[in-house]
Design a protein around this ligand. Structure first.
Ligand SMILES: [Zn+2]
Length: 117
């Protein structure tokens, strides 16, 4: 989250993606002046992991600078569903509010992921 690039929203997000082999890949949101090009922390972590040769994951933790636990957006859920089983664990938390934490299986947040075929 500290490495987040969020000059427009000031909403900093960090993600830690756990592989089935026990490695952790970090990500952060990367905003852009053309807002639609902004990358979420979940997808930058996923990209880092895949670029390093990992494609099997068990969990992701997502932490934001807000007061409430952030919910992954639909695009990130779909990106995770490409590589993760329905029981993949998503932990969300607010850095400044320890009481704001939630845990979800991927299947609860994206019960009908898009699949080809
Ligand atoms: Zn997202």
């Amino acid at each position: 989250m500290r490495r987040s690039y969020a000059p427009y929203s000031r909403f900093c997000v960090g993600a830690a993606l756990l592989t089935r082999e026990g490695r952790i890949f970090q990500g952060c949101n990367v905003e852009n002046a053309s807002y639609g090009l902004t990358l979420c922390a979940e997808r930058t972590a996923l990209g880092a992991a895949v670029a390093a040769g990992h494609r099997r994951f068990t969990a992701i933790a997502v932490v934001s600078s807000g007061q409430t636990a952030p919910m992954p957006c639909g695009a990130c859920l779909q990106a995770l569903a490409e590589f993760c089983r329905p029981d993949f664990v998503i932990v969300t938390a607010a850095a400044r509010n320890p009481a704001a934490m939630a845990i979800y299986p991927l299947k609860d947040l994206l019960p009908r992921a898009f699949r080809l075929g």
